[in-house]
Design a protein around this ligand. Structure first.
Ligand SMILES: NC(=O)c1ccc[n+]([C@@H]2O[C@H](COP(=O)([O-])OP(=O)(O)OC[C@H]3O[C@@H](n4cnc5c(N)ncnc54)[C@H](O)[C@@H]3O)[C@@H](O)[C@H]2O)c1
Length: 248
C-alpha cells in the first residue's frame, strides 16, 4: 500500500481528460489529493473526474486562453480552499512538416497550447500556491525538450521552451517555497499518437533502447514523486522517463 503523500493537498492537472494527464489524476487521487481535471474536452474531463467521486472535479479550459487559466485556478480554490500541486500537461502534436514548409498557423497553434499554455497556467497557479504556503509544479515537456525530431519543429521548439520556462520559474519562486520541474517522456502510446500507423508505432518502439514505448502510469509515477515532499530539494530540473531514448 502506497503512502498517502497528498492528504489534504489540492492539485490541478491540465489535459487530465486523456493519456498521461488521466494517469496523473488517478495516481494523485490514489495518494490522497483532491484534483481538478482540467481539459479543453469537457466530456473527457467529466469522464475521468466521475471515476473518483469526492476527490475529483472536471473543469473546461483551453490553456491557450489566459483568462480561462485564471478561472481554472479560482475553481480549485473555490472547491477545496487552496492549491498545492499543478501538472501542466495539456498538449497537442500539431502539424508534421519540415520547417521550410511549416505553416505559420500550425506553428502558432502548437506554440499557443504547448508553450503559452504552460506560461498562462503557471502565472495563475503560482500566486495561489504562495497563498497556500508553497507548492510543486510539474510541466510536461518531452524527450523532444532536449533533442530534435524530423518534421516536428513547432513541437520540438515548444517542448525545449517548456524546459527553459521551468528553469526560469524555479529561480523566480524558489524562495517562496514553489518548486518547478519538467518531465520528458519518451513516446507513450496515448491518443496523441492516434494518427500513426501500427508500423510507425513499431518503428518508434524500436527507437527506445528498452525496445518498447513507456506507459502513462510510468510517467505519472515520476510526476507524483516530483509533486511530493520527498522531492523537497528538487527544483529547476528536467527529468526524462524514456527507456533510454536520449542516452543514445
Ligand atoms: N504521448 C507521447 O508520446 C508523449 C511524449 C512526450 C510528451 N508528451 C506530452 O504529454 C502531454 C500529454 O500527452 P498525451 O500523450 O497524454 O496526449 P493525449 O492527446 O492523450 O491527451 C492530451 C489532453 O490534453 C487536452 N488538450 C489538448 N489541447 C488542450 C488545450 N488547449 N487546453 C486544455 N487541454 C487540452 C486534450 O483534450 C487531451 O485530453 C502533452 O503535453 C504531450 O506533448 C506525450
Amino acid at each position: 500500500m502506497s503512502e498517502p503523500d497528498f492528504e489534504s493537498k489540492v492539485a490541478i492537472v491540465t489535459g487530465g481528460g486523456s493519456g498521461i494527464g488521466a494517469a496523473c489524476v488517478q495516481l494523485l487521487v490514489e495518494r490522497g489529493a483532491k484534483v481538478l481535471v482540467a481539459d479543453v474536452d469537457p466530456v473527457a474531463a467529466e469522464k475521468v473526474a466521475s471515476q473518483f467521486l469526492e476527490s475529483a472535479r472536471p473543469f473546461a479550459v483551453d490553456v491557450s486562453d489566459s483568462q480561462r487559466c485564471e478561472l481554472m485556478v479560482q475553481r480549485a480554490i473555490d472547491t477545496w480552499g487552496g492549491l498545492h500541486i499543478a501538472v501542466n500537461n495539456a498538449g497537442i502534436g500539431g502539424e508534421q512538416n519540415p520547417i521550410g514548409s511549416y505553416s505559420v498557423e500550425g506553428w502558432r497553434s502548437v506554440l499557443s497550447v504547448n508553450l503559452d499554455g504552460v506560461f498562462y497556467s503557471m502565472r495563475a497557479e503560482i500566486p495561489a500556491m504562495i497563498e497556500s504556503g508553497g507548492g510543486s509544479i510539474i510541466n510536461m515537456s518531452s524527450i523532444l525538450g532536449s533533442v530534435g525530431f524530423p518534421a516536428a519543429g513547432a513541437y520540438v521548439s515548444a517542448k525545449h521552451g517548456v524546459v527553459g520556462l521551468t528553469r526560469a520559474a524555479a529561480l523566480d519562486h524558489a524562495a517562496q517555497s514553489i518548486r518547478v520541474n519538467a518531465v520528458g517522456p519518451g513516446f507513450i502510446d496515448t491518443p496523441l499518437l492516434s494518427q500513426l500507423s501500427p508500423e510507425m508505432k513499431a518503428g518508434l518502439s524500436r527507437m527506445h533502447p528498452r525496445g518498447q514505448m513507456g506507459s502513462s502510469r510510468e510517467v505519472a509515477e515520476l510526476v507524483a514523486f516530483l509533486a511530493s515532499d520527498r522531492a523537497a530539494n528538487i527544483t529547476g530540473s528536467y527529468y526524462t522517463v524514456d527507456g533510454g531514448y536520449t542516452a543514445q
